[in-house]
Design a protein around this ligand. Structure first.
Ligand code: ADP
Ligand code: GLC
Length: 488
């Protein structure tokens, strides 16, 4: 009988997405399914989820839940990859405009604790003797980030689950901390409100709960697995993480070849590959046209697609942007987030018509077009658990300029005389977190781009010929599932 895995996530591409968590929750379950795992994802019934899933059928009503009367469980299929999805349907909790965590103005929903507490609770019930779905009970519940962090706690403390739990850490910066009263609201035992338990500086922490009670912990790159055990990257949980340090497994994310492949990408005006790079020039021209940049094949086009938050380090780019634009570069930025950064980048574009284009918002097609049409991808993140955009940059022949951290350091090989000669170079790494270091790394890239076209082409090919698929990483998750079940 095949292994049954319930994969719990608050966002799953293409149903709903704010960032890389959705990409992973869309593509990893599909890769595991291809390996023979009987996997179902569980996620909230946001409007876009109810609209996009196919073959939706009623599964059960769950009542007696904390904080809400009842929710309905639906079963649907993600058309793109045929992965089955269990939807937690509740008009009260999930059927509203805006995004999964915030309203259309970016204001966080006041009831996020309850919304994701219930998601966590339902995932735990489905792995317990009280599940209403008797014909499909998971052996493993695979949780992701704080939004499903309470699941392992419910499984152990309340629901007497016999399944094993895993928490995958995609970002320690978001922890889901709520006042003590939330414990009662969510029917969690006050006796577990301890330092060795659910308590974190006087509050209930969803993420800590996951880390404390899960049977296994993974992070999305080996580098990040080490970093989060230190004060600089652990966001307060480094001590707990270090106490389970030898158990933390870092597995680098893969990418979905059906979605992110320049040979087949339907968002591009022209497809291309590493043996036919000419098409990339046409994509660049079309992008310049679309974004009202000067049509200039020789102007190095710098691409940025990002959440505009402190994590991504794009404030480091602002002081050097004018310098780069004056030196003949162009900029195509797509992103949204902190108001100050949005305003600063908008100003930059206003003062540099034809040279800098800034699109504030979320735009899936444009994100692909920038990735393909740019010559260099700029990603100076202060920390980056894995990062998918630099991987997309590799696949699209757009070498990334990155900081030496987390998954960026694990996936990019800096271009040096040696790595250029042995054909392993794939991008440019900053030596420290500063504008000067970002400028230096970018200028190293520009020099190669402008003066050594053959070397540049080789660099593109080195990136494009990497195997970035889930093949290897999905097997590592499968090994982990199997070893957890053997340890039962
Ligand atoms: P994170 O999850 O921390 O934001 P990742 O690099 O792992 O960083 O993943 C970001 C994902 O979100 C990528 O798929 C990227 O293309 C996408 N993305 C980020 N901002 C935007 C945007 N404004 N419009 C479209 N896609 C975006
Ligand atoms: C988080 C991280 C990002 C990672 C993504 C998917 O959003 O910030 O680095 O790639 O999760 O694991």
């Amino acid at each position: 009988m095949s292994l049954k895995v319930l994969f719990a996530s608050s966002e799953v591409f293409p149903l709903i997405k704010t960032g890389g968590l959705a990409d992973v929750s869309g593509s990893l379950p599909s890769a595991l399914q291809n390996l023979g795992v009987d996997i179902r994802v569980i996620l909230p019934g946001y409007p876009s989820v109810l609209e996009q899933l196919t073959d939706i059928q009623h599964l059960a009503i769950l009542d007696n839940l904390p904080a809400v009367n009842e929710v309905e469980l639906l079963l649907g299929t993600i058309a793109e990859n045929q992965v089955k999805a269990i939807v937690v349907k509740s008009a009260l909790l999930y059927e509203r405009g805006g995004g999964p965590y915030a309203d259309a103005n970016g204001q966080e929903w006041q009831d996020n604790g309850v919304r994701f507490g219930i998601l966590s609770k339902v995932a735990a019930i489905l792995s317990s003797p009280n599940t209403p779905i008797k014909d499909w009970q998971p052996d493993i519940v695979h949780c992701n980030d704080w939004q499903t962090g309470l699941t392992p706690a419910y499984m152990k403390l309340v629901d007497h689950s016999s399944a094993k739990s895993i928490i995958s850490l995609h970002n320690m910066a978001f922890q889901g901390c709520y006042p003590y009263e939330m414990l009662a609201t969510l029917d969690l035992p006050a006796s577990a409100f301890l330092m060795e338990g659910l308590e974190y500086y006087g509050q209930l922490s969803f993420l800590k709960a996951g880390i404390y009670y899960a049977d296994a912990i993974t992070t999305v790159s080996p580098g990040y697995a080490q970093e989060i055990q230190t004060e600089a990257f652990g966001f307060g949980l480094q001590g707990l993480l270090a106490s389970r340090g030898h158990e933390i497994i870092g597995i680098l994310n893969g990418i979905e070849p059906e979605e992110w492949n320049p040979e087949t990408d339907s968002y591009l005006p022209k497809n291309y590959s590493h043996s036919k790079l000419a098409g990339k020039k046409q994509v660049k021209k079309a992008l310049q046209q679309k974004l009202r940049l000067n049509i200039d094949a020789n102007a190095p086009l710098l691409g940025i697609v990002s959440r505009l938050t402190d994590q991504k380090g794009l404030d480091l780019f602002l002081p050097i942007a004018q310098n780069l634009l004056d030196a003949g570069c162009q900029l195509a930025l797509l992103g949204s987030g902190d108001n100050e950064l949005e305003i600063a980048f908008r100003d930059l574009a206003t003062h540099n018509l034809g040279k800098a284009s800034v699109t504030i918002g979320y735009n899936e097609p444009l994100s692909h077009q920038i990735m393909a049409g740019s010559d260099l991808f700029i990603m100076p993140s202060r920390f980056e658990p894995c990062g998918l955009n630099q991987l997309y940059g590799l696949a699209y022949g757009t070498p990334p300029v990155v900081n030496r951290t987390g998954g960026l350091a694990d996936s990019i090989v800096d271009a040096t005389a040696e790595t250029i000669a042995n054909k392993t170079a794939t991008g440019f790494i900053m030596e420290e977190v500063s504008s000067t270091a970002l400028l230096n790394a970018t200028q190293r890239a520009l020099t190669l781009y402008r003066t050594e076209p053959k070397v540049w082409r080789q660099l593109q090919k080195n990136g494009m010929s990497q195997n970035l698929s889930w093949d290897k990483s999905a097997l590592e998750y499968l090994d982990l599932y199997q070893s957890l079940l053997e340890s039962k």
